[in-house]
Design a protein around this ligand. Structure first.
Ligand SMILES: CCCCCCCC/C=C\CCCCCCCC(=O)N[C@@H](CCSC)C(=O)O
Ligand SMILES: [Zn+2]
Ligand SMILES: [Zn+2]
Length: 446
């Protein structure tokens, strides 16, 4: 595909020592962005940021780069360095948000700043949407930005958001890293289970208390995984693309999933990360009950966080959950729920996907396989399905299983080199997006 070769000059992504130092230390604002005439900055929902970068060719459909500034909590316990210190040592920048997702926010702005310093003027317009409440649904950030752009009549060629990575070490026998561009994401339900009972003196307890009833229900759920849905959704495509990277006989197995699918699905469910690709998962994340040590508890509550496989819906999963609990004393309250997202195009005409592919091949020549896949987490990009059918969740960062465990976990960190490479990727991607090629309209499969 054309790579904007028509442009006067491609700005090489080489940064001098001073720029690299500034990049690492750049917790200041980005002065050139804020004084550039063709860039508009707006604050939305009090704390989210929308940058509109006006390109020189208004006939080219704009795209959007996304990130978020907020993070999940991080108690000090277990961290090598304080989680909000931003300390740098051993070549890593440590802290909550260094992978999810402050790295992307800073890298996008840093890349644009470095382009502007080099007098870059984009041909294709683009938006930068930086949400402030992604970890708590995005309702006041991304959702408001989406509504604003819709009101302005904006349609996007594609979106790139967080969600997947260059994966290294996630699959046994696969020694090489591969890039998985998430073309969809699982659905989600936050479900509250509650048991109410008459309180009383603990010296004469009933046969079961609200805590015991709820705990038994939760235990049944944990002992009853939802059906393995291997075979539907993008996973098969992911594995078939990966087949060439595997030695014999694994490569034969992956090229014949019609025959070996049941075997592969059993192997995938053995590992907690790949298990999340083959089924709807349930995680008991909160449990509250009891008022005093000598009082029969009037109420017990539990929150279950479910991530819905692309082959299922919210309603189907709720039905399955109620059948497993099978106890009328347990009440169900759906706090938030959304179905799995539609699958974005990844064929040769999918502009956003092909630009990601092209830039990955340029910045990461050692990565032989680039495959479409699904994001097991959720992202703010789900709020933008009204503006485009081409949403890609991918950050150009190597991720190992121990890094995955640090996301929402402890000792989250990113190497200085990985961050620099992420800046370099975006620096190249923005220029590659100046291609004259336009997206082909995509109709989601029903
Ligand atoms: C066959 C190949 C194996 C592939 C293994 C997949 C490895 C998993 C890699 C990345 C997943 C990380 C998810 C990051 C994106 C999620 C961001 C986030 O935390 N979002 C919140 C949103 C809350 S509001 C609904 C979330 O809880 O998901
Ligand atoms: Zn995130
Ligand atoms: Zn997160």
């Amino acid at each position: 595909m054309s790579t904007g070769k028509g442009r006067e000059r491609h700005i090489p992504s080489q940064f001098n020592q001073g720029e690299r130092f500034a990049m690492k230390e750049a917790l200041k604002v980005f002065p050139t962005i804020f004084k550039t005439r063709f860039i508009q900055h707006e604050v939305i929902g009090e704390y989210s940021h929308l940058f509109t970068v006006q390109g020189s060719d208004p006939s080219l459909q704009p795209y959007m780069l996304m990130a978020h500034s907020d993070v999940v909590p991080a108690p000090d316990e277990g961290w090598e360095v304080p989680p909000f210190s931003g300390l740098e040592h051993d070549g890593f920048i440590h802290g909550r948000g260094t992978l999810d997702n402050k790295n992307s926010l800073m890298a996008i702005l840093q890349a644009l700043e470095l382009l502007l310093i080099r007098n870059y003027i984009p041909r294709r317009s683009f938006f930068i949407a930086l949400g402030h409440d992604e970890e708590v649904s995005g309702q006041n950030g991304a959702q408001k930005i989406s509504a604003l752009l819709q009101a302005r009549g904006v349609k996007l060629a594609f979106i790139v958001d967080e969600g997947n990575f260059i994966l290294d070490g996630f699959i046994p026998y696969l020694k090489k890293p591969f890039a998985m561009i998430a073309v969809s994401e699982k659905g989600g339900i936050n479900l509250r289970l509650q048991v109410n009972m008459t309180p009383g003196h603990s010296s004469a307890p009933p046969k079961e208390t609200s805590i015991g009833i709820l705990a038994a229900a939760i235990s049944r759920l944990e002992q009853t995984p939802l059906p393995n849905m291997f075979g539907s959704g993008p996973l098969k495509t992911t594995l078939q693309e990966l087949a060439n990277e595997f030695p014999f006989p694994a490569n034969i197995v992956l090229r014949n999933l019609w025959l070996f699918g049941p075997l592969v699905s059993r192997l995938m469910e053995r590992n907690y990360i790949t298990n999340a690709l083959v089924r709807t998962t349930m995680a008991l994340t909160m449990f509250n009950a009891g008022v005093k040590m000598n009082v029969i508890p009037p109420m017990a509550q539990a929150i279950i966080n479910l991530r819905i496989h692309p082959a299922q819906t919210v309603q189907e999963v709720l039905e399955l959950i109620k059948n497993i609990v099978a106890d009328d004393r347990v009440q169900f309250h759906v706090l938030t729920a959304f179905d799995p997202l539609p699958v974005s195009p990844s064929d040769h005409q999918a502009l956003g996907y092909q630009l990601l592919r092209q830039t990955i091949q340029s910045i990461f020549p050692e990565v032989n396989t680039i495959a479409p896949g699904i994001c097991i987490g959720n992202t703010d990009s789900r709020h933008y399905t009204n503006l485009t059918t081409s949403i890609y969740r991918f950050n150009p960062v190597y991720l190992h299983p121990q890094d995955f465990r640090s996301i929402h976990g402890i000792n989250e960190k990113i190497s200085v080199q990985a961050y620099e490479t992420q800046v370099k990727f975006i620096f190249e991607f923005i220029q590659n997006a100046d291609t004259y090629q336009e997206p082909i309209p995509h109709l989601h499969e029903l």
